[in-house]
Write a protein that binds this ligand. Structure first.
Ligand SMILES: [Fe+2]
Length: 394
């Protein structure tokens, strides 16, 4: 979706005979929006679609039911209290969801033991901590703290960790892409966009191709919130080459180029990715508004058709007290929200902020899961009362 990439060997023309070492290669068209959207064409040594066995595993173990409970309130979830362990895909816990997006947290300590594929949506994995590599039929990506890792829907992959991870995972039930307004009519990212083509890291092509990665032939596939396990006859990574615009990428959050105005600009300037029914925004260290009387801290506001989720990664968030690394707050439609006491006033005259956070604004209400309720900090909705900490950590 960023731009066209080619790795390995491909024939001069699609859909024509392509012989490799005397054997006809098998073309595999990986398409979106039917056949009208972005696509990638892979060339496999052997038939990529032969399945030997399939097995139904039931609901994803981390996908607990979501439901609203109690009065409408601003909520604070202490995700570091979620248990650590397990694999990135099977060990993740659903925190919040609506029809458009699922918000998951994973704290894996082990690699994915099979290939995995998310048939329910694109994944945008924000790496809060941990390092490792993503292996897939298109190549290898390395990730480290502060990276967004984008994985296209239904692409088989596995994560291999060199350090335990702490991931925020956004599952876009339609597609996740860069916002359309950041492109010129030729499809390039505009010079005024908050990033350039060079900021998106492509999968590296291993010497000898992805077949050298020794991938399992078993894929654990998520569809309708349920897991199936399929064993393919041939290595899903036996790819000779590919070209196209559907590929996983790494985008380091610190490559986001923030904008600053004379006076405060709305949060939309932080928009980084867009999905159907939601946007993802990046708050990165930056110079703040420069009018002598500017109030750099966000003004109280009622966004009457947006639920707002913020994942706090690092630094001192300008408008909040009582939140720590990996805190997640949910400010729902229907309530005004704004800075904690003292933050509004204290921001006047400041020149910089060191906050690092990811925000998700959704246009349909989000519902919390049992996992979210288990780690909710009591009293957050009252934590704006001056002089009281409302039970949130400080
Ligand atoms: Fe807001």
């Amino acid at each position: 979706m960023i731009h066209r990439v080619q790795k390995g060997s491909v024939p001069a023309k699609p859909h024509t005979a392509f012989y490799v070492e005397g054997r006809l290669a098998y073309e595999h068209c990986f398409t979106r929006r039917g056949f009208e959207g972005a696509y990638t064409i892979l060339y496999h040594r052997r038939e990529p679609h032969w399945v030997r066995t399939e097995e139904e595993l039931g609901a994803h173990p981390g996908a607990s039911p979501t439901a609203w409970d109690g009065p409408v309130r601003r909520r604070h979830f202490l995700t570091p209290q979620l248990p650590e362990g397990g694999e990135p895909f099977l060990g993740r816990k659903l925190l919040l969801a609506n029809k458009d997006v699922g918000v998951w947290i994973a704290r894996p300590t082990a690699d994915d033991t099979t290939l995995v594929a998310n048939g329910d949506g694109d994944e945008l994995i924000f790496v809060h901590s941990g390092r490792g590599r993503l292996e897939c039929p298109l190549g290898v990506l390395h990730f480290s703290p502060g990276d967004y890792v984008f994985v296209p829907r239904a692409l088989p992959y596995r994560l291999r960790l060199s350090e335990p991870g702490f991931f925020l995972i956004l599952e876009g039930r339609s597609f996740i892409d860069v916002p359309r307004q950041f492109r010129n009519p030729a499809g390039q990212l505009l010079m005024g966009a908050p990033y350039s083509h060079r900021d998106f890291q492509e999968p590296a092509w291993p010497d000898g191709g992805p077949a050298t990665l020794g991938a399992p032939r078993v894929v654990t596939l998520l569809r309708h919130g349920r897991l199936s396990r399929l064993e393919y006859v041939h290595d899903p990574f036996d790819v000779i080459g590919w070209d196209g615009q559907v590929w996983p990428f790494v985008f380091p959050i610190r490559c986001f180029q923030p904008k600053t105005g004379l006076v405060h600009l709305p949060p939309t300037i932080h928009t980084t990715f867009a999905g159907g029914g939601f946007v993802v925004c990046s708050f990165v260290p930056r110079v703040v508004d420069f009018h002598p009387q500017a109030i750099p801290c966000p003004y109280p506001h009622s966004s009457v058709d947006c639920d707002e989720v913020i994942f706090y990664a690092e630094g001192n968030f300008t408008s909040r007290r009582g939140v720590g690394p990996a805190s997640v707050t949910l400010h729902p439609i229907g309530l005004p929200h704004g800075p904690h006491p003292g933050r509004y006033e204290a921001s006047i005259g400041t020149t910089r902020t060191d906050e690092l956070a990811v925000m998700v604004d959704t246009f349909a209400p989000l519902l919390p899961s049992d996992h979210a309720r288990a780690v909710e900090a009591p009293g957050y909705n009252q934590s704006w009362l001056a002089g009281e900490n409302g039970g949130v950590m400080e």
